[in-house]
Design a protein around this ligand. Sequence first.
Ligand code: FAD
Length: 265
Amino acid sequence: MKIALCIKQVPDTTDIKWTENNTIQREGVESIINPYDIYATELALSIKSEINDVHITVFTMGPLQAEGMLRKVLALGCDDAVLISDKKFAGSDTYATGLTLSRAIRTVLPDFDLIICGQFAVDGDTAQTGPNIANFLDIPQVTYVKNFEKIENNKLFLTRELEDGLEFVSVDFPALVCVLQRDIDPHRATIRGIMNASKKQIKRCSISDICLSVEKAGIKGSPTYVSKAFRNVSSHNAEKFKLRKEDSVKLLMDKLNDLGVLNDV
Ligand code: FAD
């Protein structure tokens, strides 16, 4: 089975700054793997541990320094990595990102069985990239995936987590899944894994390698126009208390009393 795993580097900060084009300032900010992509990686690794002959190729579209993140997931047990990097990709919105990733997957891994993405990236947070890739490749997609159950009769069985409960679904291959945070402790790389990863060749793909025209990539290929970006300021004043359960009721009553709310009851 051939798995394409898509992971993204995100800024390691909660203090997001904006460029003059209203895009996220990424230069000069430490980067980490998108937290949801850690769980996407775990899902790929759990399939690999249960089924024979699984090969995981990791894809990221990003700057050259994303190579460090790719080596980290190679150290966890992924097999190959592809860095899709070209100045012409700068300014890509989710549409252009989905198109670029789908072209890279089709070029490098044309006979893939499964594509695994995180559900969200914590910086852009649109949850559109996975569905876009599935759309461009014309394959079925399963979002909000919590767990991998089994593979049987060439079908993948999964658990989805929705607002009103869990849903058990199956999908035929080839397919794409988007993975939520899972109730597991992610793997840590072993020394041997790190040493093996350091020796691996990371494949690089430019815009010409994936046969994408300049008009369809980066800012030119991005229909989204960000007119304004701003930080949401809460209009409510809130106080936080760390209390024992038995003290919290008294505190709440006192506060409501101070506000005069209890007099009206
Ligand atoms: P989501 O859709 O929330 O991510 C879901 C999953 O998709 C991730 O968990 C991961 O598995 C996969 N995924 C997402 N992005 C990638 C990726 N790059 N590689 C591999 N897998 C991925 N971002 C920049 O970095 N540089 C820019 O110059 C830039 N310019 C932009 C300009 C505009 C007008 C807009 C609207 C956005 C721009 N962005 C830029 C942000 C960029 O479009 C998004 O970060 C990207 O499309 C992913 O969307 P998202 O963050 O909402 O991810």
